[in-house]
Ligand binder design. Structure first.
Ligand SMILES: O=C(O)CCC(=O)C(=O)O
Ligand SMILES: [Fe+2]
Length: 283
């Protein structure tokens, strides 16, 4: 298993596959126009809702093309790119080799109209506003890539552990598959209903994450999706993605929305709620 520098030694003995034992795959609605009261009730109860075809295949293809162009630009301007193994200080590769070396891109909607069109798609915003209970704004945009054969795990976590909003803010995450995503290439895995348990302690292990022993032995739900499919998920839902053990690339977009009226709070509030270290909680 590949791990972040400095975190490998302590965690070398974790059986990562055992953290992603799915008892089922997520039930999905067909399209955004199928978002009815019953689907909203299911989202509120389970903390997530999958949509099989939210973007058309053409929109997903254009999103992938835009992302590829951003990755191939030798000097990213106006957005951020994070390479696999960058913590080791290695120079990023140039040309096509970049396609399998990038792990994450951030803050690109302001420079990439095709990706901005997806993040601000009226049907998508309408759906997010129903789930959030009012007008929203986009506050984070990312693309997450797992290269074939070894794209790293994203350990279990709650996204609100990373956001400085009041704890009761209705944050809605939208995770969009650009490639077909499967258990083998690292699709989303979720713990149904975990958002109702409130903030869980996070520890610095392979990432800032929920303790493995808290997840081990629990059965989760996998969310395989075709290109253009998406997952709506609550900011408190526990989720993670296994490593990509397949020969296929796994590219996804992730957008986070919050009610327009909400303002940020001191990070100390977040750390008090989610910080596991020094809290007499064992991991
Ligand atoms: O796409 C993934 O692998 C998961 C990403 C994720 O959950 C996050 O960035 O918060
Ligand atoms: Fe996440």
């Amino acid at each position: 298993m590949e791990t972040k520098d400095g975190m490998a030694v302590r965690q070398a003995d974790v059986d990562v596959a055992a953290l992603y034992v799915a008892r089922a795959t997520a039930v999905a609605i067909g399209s955004l126009s199928d978002l009815d009261d019953e689907a909203i009730r299911r989202y509120e109860e389970s903390g997530y809702l999958a949509v099989t075809q939210a973007l058309t295949l053409e929109e997903a293809r254009q999103g992938t093309e835009a992302l590829t162009e951003l990755i191939l630009r030798p000097v990213p301007e106006g957005y951020q790119v994070q390479f696999e193994g960058q913590l080791g200080g290695a120079e990023p590769p140039q040309g096509e080799a970049r396609l399998d070396a990038v792990r994450k891109l951030m803050s690109f909607v302001k420079v990439e109209p095709r990706l901005n069109a997806i993040a601000s798609h009226p049907h998508l915003i309408q759906a997010v506003e129903r789930l959030a209970g009012g007008p929203v704004r986009l506050f984070q945009d990312m693309a997450l890539i797992k290269p074939p054969r070894g794209g790293r795990e994203k350990p279990w976590h709650q996204d609100k552990a990373y956001f400085d909003y009041p704890l009761d803010t209705r944050v809605v995450g939208v995770w969009i598959a650009l490639d077909e995503v499967t258990v083998a290439n690292g699709c989303m895995h979720v713990m149904p209903g975990s958002h109702r348990e409130g903030p869980q302690p996070h520890f610095t292990r392979r990432d800032w994450q929920i303790c493995d022993t808290h997840i081990m032995g629990k059965s989760c739900v996998a969310v395989p999706l075709p290109p253009g499919g998406l997952l709506f998920f609550d900011g408190l839902l526990a989720h993670g993605t296994p490593p990509n053990t397949s020969h296929l690339r796994r590219r996804a977009l992730q957008f986070h929305y919050a009610p327009v009226s909400v303002g940020t709070v001191d990070p100390a509030i977040r750390l008090h709620a989610f910080g596991g270290e020094g809290r007499h909680v064992t991991c």
